[in-house]
Design a protein around this ligand. Sequence first.
Ligand code: OOG
Ligand code: MG
Length: 258
Amino acid sequence: MPDAAEIAAELASAERDRKARAPFTDTYPDLDLDTAYDAQWAGVKAKLAAGDRLVGAKLGLTSKVKQRVMNVDDPLYGWVTSSMIAPYGEPVDLSTLIHPRVEPEVAFLLGRDVTAPATVTSVLAATESVFAAIDVLDSRYENFRFTLPDVIADNASAGLFLLGPVAARPTDLPDLRLLGCVLRVNGEVVATAAGAATMGHPAAAVAWLANRLATRDRGLTAGMLVFSGGLTEPVPLQLGVSVAAEIDGLGAIEVYGR
Ligand code: OOG
Ligand code: MG
């Protein structure tokens, strides 16, 4: 069984060489979640040592639709670093990614720390603003086939993140559970959702994360950006494809590759 550092190194070379690999659990079905999170953090630490800054965190598989599509029944988290934030309005350079997929999310910018035990109310109270966001996923596993420990080790398939142009205080928006989301591919509606898709409330996903991090002596702190998880199924990002997400009160955000 490879240790956390070895798993992290193998995933880093898959990312660097843009070559997807088989999931570790094909060979090591006993890979446990703690080792997987250790491997994840080893990978993030290597990015920080190379000059990245920690920007925040991402949640994964917080919606039933995502759990069903990915065939994994539990939520997970990963970390977001500065090199993952895509420049506003520019196309995504597809040559830097293996097989990107995109999905619409609600992102939270925290104005205060979120301490455990966290709730929807405490997360909203700690939130400075929310944004429409697009998560550009890029699994280091072939065909996005993985089990929970594999995808944890792979930093929740983190690739790039785009933020929409509108920052809104949660109190200036209607109930976040009812935020409508429309996803379009080349102008055609391919999916619709509401904020409640992620654990009943986008802030419930953030609260879950704060409580989960506390079990590893970590936390969500002021200034962090937290992506609360895909509201719809993901769609492949390919040349000639434009994907646009609109979220009620948060504007529209479009992504296309070059
Ligand atoms: C795993 C990451 C999931 C989300 O929002 O559900 C995720 C994947 O789908 O590759 O980011
Ligand atoms: Mg996501």
